[in-house]
Design a protein around this ligand. Structure first.
Ligand SMILES: [Fe+2]
Ligand SMILES: [Fe+2]
Length: 387
């Protein structure tokens, strides 16, 4: 028996447990012994569970007694990124953690669809986007942690997700009343606005310096390709068509492909144009240096080719001291397959009371942003027997 100190554990619920392979789990499990207020190893990853053990595990999980070590959090988080609907079942995630999981999951789904643009692959992207909209539908202010988590490296999936987030936020600033269907369609339209880029030759996308006229024409065609691809997936509603086809149009008629002017451009087209340009400007591109979100927001707001009706929040949100001034680097999270955030809430209130009774095994060491009650949301250290 060994004692492990400085170790964090978090509770796992039955729905998430059920989503793992039934007999062979990819992480260690611990059970909380109420009688002695100690976490004990129950299962070592890779071993095979018998049917009786599975039955016991499910019962313990329903009682709130099954825990996972933070050392396995990466496995846990990657599992949830692959099955995004699980994120809504875990009450221990903070809004920021949910935002990161959603961003990484949707970026992966988008990239898969970008590389293989067939309806079957699109369906997985659609499912994850619906998880996101369900989450945002419950509380529109949940968009805020997403806006603080933008990518700064120019990659197709990162650009798509940035545009989706910024566009959704701008749209929510303007429209206070909308249906769930409006939200679903908007978010899908935004994420898919550039999907036709997958048909643009790579050498053109990577080219330094000016494009030749015929190369420019190929880039312009991505708007048509986007339309064709979304139609192949039976996405024929207005929002997605406007986002794909109008996001390069400008109010003064200087855009493409139709050179629409002013009111000829739809609301979704104008919002997607702003979100698309903002997302492009904050990334390093082969023809331009990256701007800070603050610079990009101000420039777009003062650019008469974009509609100030929708760009107003961009003017101030990213300035020093503004709501988005404290940005979080999403690229390093995506590049390193995610550092696990360690400030998970760990226990339910009744468990905390049990801990408080037996302080031999519990140390309350730091505050935690979750507040399930006066003493419930705490970080603790357990004495644990080694597996
Ligand atoms: Fe585009
Ligand atoms: Fe774009």
């Amino acid at each position: 028996m060994a004692t492990i100190n400085n170790e964090d554990y978090f509770q796992i619920n039955t729905d998430i447990l059920a989503s793992f392979p039934k007999h062979r789990l990819p992480l260690n499990l611990y059970i909380f012994r109420d009688d002695i207020a100690v976490l004990e190893p129950f299962y070592r990853k890779g071993n095979r569970l018998t049917d009786e053990q599975i039955e016991k595990l499910v019962a313990l999980c329903e009682a709130g007694s099954v825990f996972v070590s933070h050392l396995d959090q990466e496995v846990y988080k990657q599992h949830i990124v692959k099955q995004l609907d699980l994120v809504l079942l875990d009450p221990h995630f903070s809004d920021g953690e949910v935002a990161e999981i959603c961003i990484l999951a949707i970026a992966k789904r988008y990239l898969n669809f970008y590389n293989q643009s067939v309806p079957e692959v699109y369906n997985a992207l659609y499912r994850d986007v619906m998880v996101l909209t369900e989450y945002l539908w419950a509380d529109k202010y949940r968009i805020m942690p997403f806006v603080r988590r933008l990518f700064r490296k120019a990659k197709p999936e990162r650009h798509a997700v940035n545009t989706m987030i910024v566009g959704t936020w701008l749209w929510m600033q303007q429209f206070k009343e909308y249906t769930r269907k409006d939200l679903d369609r908007l978010v899908l339209a935004l994420v898919l606005h550039d999907i036709g880029m997958c048909k643009t030759p790579q050498f053109i996308l990577a080219k330094q310096g000016r494009l030749k006229p015929e190369e420019k024409e190929k880039v312009i065609q991505h708007t048509y390709h986007s339309l064709k691809l979304v139609q192949k997936c039976e996405l024929t509603y207005d929002e997605v068509i406007h986002a794909c086809f109008e996001h390069h149009e400008r109010l003064d008629g200087s855009g493409y492909p139709q050179r629409y002017k002013g009111t000829q451009i739809s609301t979704i087209g104008k919002i997607t144009a702003l979100a698309d340009s903002f997302s492009a400007m904050i990334c390093e591109r082969c023809y331009a240096k990256a701007k800070t979100p603050e610079q990009a927001g101000r420039e777009l707001h003062s650019d008469s080719r974009y509609d100030t009706l929708y760009s107003t929040p961009l003017a101030t949100a990213f300035v020093q001291g503004g709501p988005m001034s404290n940005m979080i680097d999403m690229d390093s999270k995506a590049d390193t397959e995610v550092r696990w955030l360690r400030n998970c809430a760990l226990v339910f209130p009744q468990k905390t009371r049990a801990f408080a009774k037996n302080t031999r095994n519990v140390w309350i060491v730091s505050n935690c942003k979750h507040s399930l009650g006066a003493i419930s949301a705490i970080r603790v250290k357990y004495s644990v027997r080694d597996v």
